[in-house]
Design a protein around this ligand. Structure first.
Ligand SMILES: *[C@@H]1O[C@H](CO)[C@@H](O)[C@H](O)[C@H]1NC(C)=O
Ligand SMILES: *[C@@H]1O[C@H](CO)[C@@H](O)[C@H](O)[C@H]1NC(C)=O
Ligand SMILES: *[C@@H]1O[C@H](CO)[C@@H](O)[C@H](O)[C@H]1NC(C)=O
Length: 243
């Protein structure tokens, strides 16, 4: 029962993310689980044939973790963990001998043995720790690489206020999403007004941070803004891709 509940809720989470048109649409669903896990750190699990299963740590390294972190919009990889660091999974071990270059947009695009073919036990389950909290681009006219900036914190998606919002800030968001350099940092809810929390205000990045939350800001949820000030980004990635 506990497992069913887990599978149910995790799937729902993935589907919600996918419905927003983000990178998760390529490749199979993926999530981070296990004891001490968060949305951006944990044992790597992939969904295949209607079953969640784990990844073996044979050859598991930072390039592989990088792909997982990017796929989950969780910033860059800080650590690639082996030997069931987040506890042992159960059931299938779906992937083994995973070899990513680091630029793939989904873990299953990396070289790996056939699904379910492995010489591992769950004591070798692979894990990751990513730098960032989840971030996404949403709103009317948004694409994978342009839109209203939204951040996931305390179990809900919220927006960023445009006070002091500039190209350095947008640069960090674009890099975090693997979307190339920033072209514009639109203010005044250019991509429409969001709803719910306004998580960040007075964001000040130097431009080289690996995640927006590493930049200075006034504190989670502390703001004097309305959603008509929601910040956006236009990154070069999507244009390069299109033209
Ligand atoms: C997180 O959300 C809960 C419920 O909405 C609230 O009680 C709590 O204060 C929030 N914590 C933070 C750090 O925002
Ligand atoms: C980022 O840039 C600032 C100045 O613009 C510099 O002081 C800092 O060392 C840089 N950080 C990294 C990680 O490169
Ligand atoms: C943002 O910065 C401005 C200018 O320094 C300041 O007046 C305002 O109080 C800050 N907002 C918050 C929510 O801290």
């Amino acid at each position: 029962m506990a497992l069913q509940q887990f599978v149910c809720c995790s799937s729902v989470m993935i589907i919600l993310l996918c419905n927003d048109g983000h990178a998760q649409m390529s490749g199979v669903p993926i999530l981070l689980a296990g004891s001490g896990s968060t949305r951006c750190s944990g044992r790597v699990e992939v969904y295949h044939n209607n079953i969640w299963g784990t990844v073996c740590d044979d050859g598991w390294g930072l390039n592989d973790a990088q792909v997982v972190c990017r796929q989950l919009n969780c910033g860059s990889a800080l650590q690639a963990l082996q030997m069931a660091y987040f506890g042992q999974g159960t059931g299938q071990i779906w992937l083994d001998d995973v070899v990513c270059s680091g630029s793939e947009s989904s873990l299953t695009e990396c070289q790996h043995r056939a699904f379910g073919s492995h010489n591992c036990v769950h004591g070798e389950d692979a894990g990751v720790i990513c730098s960032g909290v989840p971030i996404r681009l949403a709103g009317s006219g948004s694409t994978r690489c342009s839109g209203r900036v939204e951040i996931y914190h305390n179990n809900s998606w919220g927006t960023v206020c445009d006070d002091g919002w500039d190209l350095n800030d947008a640069e960090v968001v674009c890099r975090e999403l693997n979307c190339g350099p920033a072209l514009e940092a639109p203010q005044f809810a250019y991509f429409g007004a969001g709803t719910g929390q306004i998580w960040l205000d007075n964001v000040t990045c130097s431009g080289n941070e690996s995640s927006l939350t590493e930049c200075k800001h006034s504190g989670w949820g502390t703001n004097n803004c309305g959603h008509n000030q929601d910040a956006g980004v236009i990154c070069s990635g999507e244009k390069t891709f299109r033209y």
